[in-house]
Design a protein around this ligand. Sequence first.
Ligand SMILES: [Zn+2]
Length: 484
Amino acid sequence: MSLSRLKVLLQEVQSLPELKSASWIGFREMRERHRTFVGQDGHVRETSTGESHGVMVEVFVNGQMGYAATPAITSASLRETTIRAFKQAESASRWSVAKFGFDGNAPLVRPTVKGHYASPASTARTTSAELAELVVEITKRLKKSAKIVQTLCYVDWLDGESRLVSTSGTEVEQGLEGVILHFEATAQDGGITQKRSDGENLQGNLQLLKDPSLWNRVDRVAEQVLELLAAEECPSETTSLVLLPTQMTLQIHESIGHPLEVDRILGDERNYAGWSFVREKDFGSLQYGSKLLNVTFDPTVTDELASYAFDDGGNPAKREYLIQDGVLLRGLGGLESQQRSKLAGVANFRASSWNRPAVDRMANINLEPGTSSFDEIIASVERGILMDTNRSWSIDDYRNKFQFGCEYAKLIENGKLTKTLRNPNYRGITTPFWNGLKMVGNASTLQTHGTPNCGKAEPNQVIRVGHRSPVCLFTNIEVFGGGA
Ligand SMILES: [Zn+2]
């Protein structure tokens, strides 16, 4: 639907006598389309397409927002939906958890803005037939030995758009295109089974799927899964730990991203996803990590999965330091959480779809690069272990004590990578772990990853997030073997 048509529909409901005492009305239209291709063992296992499209209506009355949504984008349905949201706001305003201010024109938590955003344009073109062929080719190429018992690949190609209009004059239009690629090989030898995987979660361009270096990565997965079958078990000891960006993604997500969500700190998620060890008083003083730890909220990096110009409440998005020189500065709180907590926040108020209200989410959370090359990091370690790609994770509901397993590891002895190790795991406690950060890789070690599956809120919302990280070295970390 065009922005002008959505504005006309809004003007129609604004004049209804039933909505005379509404202070403000906003429409958020969201449409998203997925084309998914799954290959297994040299065949197409499944292809599917899906599309979701509708409008969330927000009505502000007596300091309280009410919500209702509809997939039928017609005058009649939007009229009925807006009246429903109005009645909800009016009755809920008698028991508000928090009342929000109003500037005479718009709620303070819904700024009046105009602008647009689009994912970086892709020069590559592709068809559904090419993508189906790609997942088959990857699963064939992964099967380099009879010991590789299963190969799997999926591609999710998505595009979507969102529009915000409001009675105070907001007009925002944003478009997104993204590619999610994952491939894996499982190998077996006697009683030993190992899995190795790789992939990408990127915004914008399809170039990734056409890049010849993709085939080197496919070959590497097949070689390393066979290597793991013959590898030694990871030893149990307290040692130096080097994490590659694939595992850093999970480490940042679980032990920096989730604990810094301000709605979680305020207790909104407590009976569902849990609470946080971080308290309001910690902002500005908590030494979250060593002086080398610099973490940003950055929705401006072009290829990350959660880049945008405005969040779903219309707050203009910009890069902010969450942690600088190891000190916790800012939480992941949108305008509503900022008013409730009186803490500085970011533009992270996001909804997974048209039928969900926006809540505090991660977007892109990045660990900023340092000054060390990969070779300098390895050369500095007398004894330690390098780990790559998450395999299992467990973290308590305060986001404090954690235990993570990886797919692949290498022993580091006297500044050199030596034996391959299988079944590597490590455990830690969030702030002592980050305070053990000893070296941070330079820009040449940076990689962009992310996940399409960050879950939160009731009813559940699954959302895309991006994480960019360099290679990092941690000291005094408890590592151990075992598990599958
Ligand atoms: Zn998550």
